[in-house]
Design a protein. Structure first.
Length: 449
């Protein structure tokens, strides 16, 4: 029937060895014929043949319905493999052939760029009587037998893979449209990836384009089986996108139905062993698992919580010197002092006053005093309330005094060398504070004081 015709065929033969309990086909499983088998491992041969007919045997179709000499398309900003005045060859389109497929074959034969092929196709579709149903070429197709399921009769459906579409995405759409099983997905994808080049085996299930500083866009694509939090962090963190913005995109993906098992990407996880100093009184090295997530936490706080959990808060500075620079490469650090105490504070009348935070290096009474000075709610006895709150705080972290500092000034000598900080406590006379400061300097006389 196809004498003197040109036929392009891709033949894929797959040999599958499947356990015997899988040999019986059930509804929505691919139909495969047992060629030979043993008691344990039946052997299946699956042949997928995809052909495209360039010419037909009929008298009408022996000649092309469209024929034109093609001169290489030119562009001022794109390169070319040929001289622009060269006639590349003759483009022929036959009966029942889609122009996009003919142009694609012509372009591949002559090594044209994608933009050149599309320019040729545009000219053909605009300047001829041919009907163009699509702009993308059909790269591969195969008939798929869909088995009976309930009242549904068995039928043959054509799977088509168009140019510019990843095979995994096309197969995913096809499988979901006809509610096919995972076995179908694997068989069709394996066959497709033999015929065309596949860059991945999982489909894109969610995508979003994010504008960066109104200058360029970053495309986020989440594949089936990927964690949204990890994909979003990997895509946006190199561009300095803040955690709050990354979190909004994560929430949007979850609202759109993207499955997930973690809500924060793990960024760092390592077992840390802290050797004791030579002057320490011995004992085994301290060790534990340090993990940093992309959850908005400050790395300094993560380090402090790790030290507190392992009872090595006295070694925090050593940990910070070594690990904090590494952690700050993974997320943006806004401070290097850890938050050592945090709690929501209520008045005696159970009215919310705000959140009190105390950081490493701060004296608790000073932090409490600053916090209460910013509270506008009327507190009947502020001094008593402050001291009660101090008592609660000092049960968790060390406190060295119970009176807050109300004045601070850095003191330097005549050469500009810093000598220390002069502090005046609440209800303390300035002269007393000055004398106290001088005595700390071992009697050195400072005219400025």
């Amino acid at each position: 029937a196809y004498k003197n015709s040109i036929i392009f065929c891709d033949i894929t033969i797959m040999v599958l060895s499947i356990p015997s309990n899988f040999a019986k086909r059930t509804p929505n499983q691919p139909a495969m014929k047992v060629i030979s088998s043993t008691n344990t491992y039946p052997v299946f041969f699956l042949a997928v043949i995809a052909c495209s007919l360039a010419t037909s045997s009929s008298d009408e179709a022996k000649s092309p319905i469209f024929q034109r000499d093609i001169v290489l398309p030119s562009s001022t900003d794109q390169g070319s493999k040929h001289n622009e005045s060269d006639v590349l060859g003759t483009l022929q389109i036959f009966e029942r052939e889609e122009p996009a497929d003919a142009v694609y074959r012509f372009g591949k034969l002559h090594g044209l760029y994608d933009w050149q092929r599309r320019q040729i196709l545009g000219n053909v579709c605009e300047s001829s009587s041919l009907t163009c149903h699509r702009n993308d070429a059909l790269l591969w197709s195969a008939p798929v037998s869909i088995g009976k399921s309930g009242d549904t009769e068995e039928k043959i459906v054509e799977f088509e893979l168009l140019e510019g579409v990843e095979a995994a995405d096309a197969v995913d759409s096809f499988v979901r449209e006809y509610e096919l099983s995972e076995e179908y997905r694997k068989l069709i994808l394996n066959a497709a990836c033999v015929a065309v080049k596949c860059t991945r085996t999982e489909p894109v299930i969610w995508k979003k384009s994010v504008s960066i500083d109104s200058k360029w866009n970053v495309d986020i694509e989440i594949l089936r089986g990927q964690e949204p939090a990890t994909v979003i962090y990997t895509a946006l963190r190199p561009h300095g996108v803040a955690y709050t913005e990354r979190r909004k995109i994560f929430q949007q993906a979850i609202e759109d139905g993207v499955p997930y098992s973690i809500d924060a990407a793990p960024l760092f996880s390592k077992n840390i062993t802290l050797q004791h100093d030579e002057n320490d009184d011995g004992g085994p090295p301290s060790s534990g698992l340090l993990t940093l997530y992309d959850n908005g936490e400050e790395p300094a706080d993560v380090l402090y919580d790790f030290a507190k959990k392992n009872s090595i808060t006295d070694q925090f500075d050593r940990l910070s010197d070594v690990l904090l620079p590494k952690l700050c490469e993974l997320v943006i650090c806004t401070r290097n002092r850890p938050r050592i105490w945090k709690n929501s504070i209520q008045s005696d009348g159970k009215q919310e006053l705000g959140t009190l935070e105390i950081f490493g290096g701060d004296e608790p009474i000073d932090a409490i005093d600053v916090f209460l000075r910013g509270v506008t709610v009327d507190i009947e006895n502020r001094h008593a309330f402050r001291q009660n709150l101090l008592g609660i705080v000092c049960q968790s972290i060390p406190c060295s005094r119970s009176v807050p500092v109300i004045y601070r000034k850095t003191i330097a000598d005549e050469n500009g060398t810093r000598l220390g900080e002069l502090t005046i406590l609440e209800d303390e006379e300035a002269i007393d504070a000055a004398v106290r400061f001088i005595r700390k300097l071992n009697g050195r006389i400072i005219d400025e004081i």
